[in-house]
Write a protein that binds this ligand. Sequence first.
Ligand SMILES: [Zn+2]
Length: 145
Amino acid sequence: MEKIIVHAKFHTGHRQLGYPGKCRWVHGHTWRGTVTVSTEAFPRDALDMSLDFGDIKAIMRALDHKLLVTDQDTAFLDPSLFEPEGLVRLEGKGPSVENVATYVHGHVVQLIERKYPGRGLRYQVEVLIQETENNIFIVDKTVTV
Ligand SMILES: [Zn+2]
């Protein structure tokens, strides 16, 4: 079994519309993410590298200094009120840690699909996202690419 592990840190704003507490106000977090990809034996590129650490890190760094929103946040999605390039639109009902982890997981799978398409290999892709020192969510799924 081989594993690649990448850590990254990113700062974002978000708000949980409809949440009955202080999280409904716009606030920020310094998130920490850890992506772990395992497979029996990684394919190698021309330089004998498997997945580029930088490519995985870039998925998380793309969120840095952005406001995380979902379709329900129509105020921030109005381009006359807020710059669209300052937003990252997540799937789901709110920009929760669950949806941040799902976003990163989906992009890691897309990265594998772009780099080594159609090999029929099983990968375990685990994305751990730490919203605060004490709050962590993990998406851990097996995919075949
Ligand atoms: Zn928050």
